[in-house]
Design a protein around this ligand. Sequence first.
Ligand code: BGC
Length: 850
Amino acid sequence: MLRIIKFTCENLEDNCVTDNKSPVFRYVLESTNNKATIKKAIFEMAGWLKETTDVSVVYDGAELKPFTKYNLKVSVVDSNDEIARATLFFETGLLGEPWVGKWISDKKYVFKEKNNSPKVMVFKKKLVLKADVLKAELYSTAFGIYDVMLNGKKIGGRYFAPGFTSYKSHLQYQTYHLSGEIKNNDELSFVVAGGWAVGSFGISRNNRISADRQALLCELHVVYKDGSKEIIPSDDTWEVSEKSSFLEADFYDGETYDASYVQSEADFHSASIEMVKIKPQIEAEYGSPVIKHETMLCVFLKKDSFGRLIYDFKQNFAGVVSFKIKNARKGQLITIKHAEILTPKGDLNTLFLRTAKATLKYYCKDGEQVFSPTLTYMGFRYISVEGIKQEDIEISAYAIYSNIEKIGSFSCSSEKLNKLQNNICWSSKSNFMDIPTDCPQRDERMGWTGDIAIFSPTACFNYDVSRFLKKWLYDVKAEQAKTGGIPNTVPAQGYGFPTTMPLMAIDFWGDACVLVPWAIYQATGDKSVLKSMYKTMRKYVNACAFWARFLSFGKNRYIWDTLPVFHFGDWVAPDVSKMQQWQARSKWTATASLKNTSMTLSKIARILDLKADEKHYDRLANKVSNAYVEKFTNRRGRLLNEFQTGYVLPLYFKMFNTNEQKEAASNLEKLVKKNNYCIGTGFPGTPYILFALADNNKVDTAYKMLLNTKCPSWLYEVEVGGTSIWERWNGLNQKGECNISSDGTGGMISFNHYASGAVGDFLYRRVAGIEMVKPGYKKSKIAPLLGGGLTSAEAQTLTPYGRIKSSWKITDGEFNIQVEIPVDTECQLTMPSGRNINLASGNYSFSEKY
Ligand code: BGC
């Protein structure tokens, strides 16, 4: 039987509201028959008909109309003449129509304090409706983050709308369907906190970055049952106040909430029309909004020395607590603090949150009540609760993160590796907070480019992140400096480090503009992401090449040294402990990075049929490779200055000739053995070290490193109880206590940083053996790499053509593998003996003696 398991518009199955005039439609298949291929797929919508053999089409029919609901159908016929059908609805938003609503704010509110967030603004409007309502759609956005309410009740499940974008260029608006729910005299209100645009944000905690105070823009489109229509826009007939239950709301510091406050007593006055200082393009939400996911339960640990109740959620995650209390008195203050770790005495250790207070203060009303904050979030595992008896509070939490679908899984016979995979997923979820962030707890939570540059391949196996990451890439594009540099954090949102930024191109971090689109393309086969990012990538690689050649001659010609001024180098490499030592490795990491980005760009140019570019960047890549080998090695595969990343990058990026490659792999192996199979790589080398070993006949060493539990290693973190991936390999000691005090790295000790979880790519591609050969897995390989004493492994991920799965086990001297190959694709399966088997789509099982 042929079945469509997913049918999407702009990658959403439901509730898509788009301003894209050429939306993309996709379907994903499943078949119980082997060897099924697609004969044809017919898409149909409002008189538009498109036949294809592909799994996606770009709409190219008559111009879409704004504010319109469309019904799309697809029917797919396969090679067995089986038919599968699916339908979906999507809607258009404003589609470029001018807003009738005006930006409104409170001109009486002057907010000038430094480093904190503004008072929360509440906007309200009593609706005067002329007749019974058939349909009502609310379109809204803000500078700041907002919750929208109908008669005081929150509408929808989003957190932090309108989301985080490069506000100077673009801003999302949301659509809420209120049809049938609203009636005359209802009250529509918005609570708008500072968020990223106005509140304190970034390491330096600047505020008012995009606007001097919050502002709201909305319009309610009403269709009455009698057929008449009306638009109720934001304007000066709305009322505003800075008095509400929300006394404070800030991403880093938390929320202060007074449940006893009676909103009707607030000093509401007329809202004022706001002259906003930036004018972004306003577009229907095109990202993956933050919503509630898992409900997290906790256990009570103890009362600390101050009488505070300490709870453990047993999992480090990003989210918000939720509680139910009884026997409360009006005005009673409950204080909840959050932390990732405990001190040796068992109290909260909040030292590494730096300036983030991560505190929830709640003033009770009388009696029973429930609460969960909506205008902040924390990264935590433990909380302390003060101001209430244990028996009077029931506490849990919600993990909140972007609405991304889990599409992959990995497990094997090692429980520790399974835990590592679980930790990788938790750190992904904790840092997919509308944008890809570095960490969810301390005073950063920023879109650090280097972290996602190296992590995106792993992310693409576990989650469908294409919509989420494409939104962010739109910001990357918008934020590129004229000279080609990409800010270290995107959206930069006031973070101007280093100050020479406008000039800069920074290896690995800036590489995100090439590596992230490339990862999405490989996982999905979606060329549009390459097309839309091509100019940005090209400009960036040109800038890198410019700086590599700048004032350098002879042997140094393509060595990208520290010019212009700054690189991160072998960031957080554990074999050296100082930031300066990581940075001192920049010329190796930057030069290798340039080889990688220019090589990748050449491949992309080929895909986009840009022949001259293809050649040009290929030549550049070769020149850079030669320079690396000339300058840094003895030409026989030995680095003059040896360190793990120094070998890993040229090995993985194929910068050596065959003999050098062999020698370099042996030299890397020696280094690894000398280091007791412990990790010595920073951000640039960590994703690739196991490939550099395993793909060069050092499988045993690669597995010893992967399975090592000595510090620093991936499984050391697991061994000492880590529930997420850490920023620093030696974050906790054997007893689970933090063992880094002040080591000159500015308190960079986060326990929820996905970067080194980039090893997830190796788990899928080598341990389970699933490898994409043609983008989107149109062609794939399954070749499990046996070793490390593992007796089984299983991984699967959802490709655009359907599920690909590899599940192998070794029992009684026999190797057995079961595979699932997506519809309309081919796969080459390689058995441990080296036997190759070519497969079309379907489910298969093979065995051989092992
Ligand atoms: C962040 C990193 C980031 C780095 C850049 C840190 O503070 O947390 O993950 O990439 O700075 O150096």
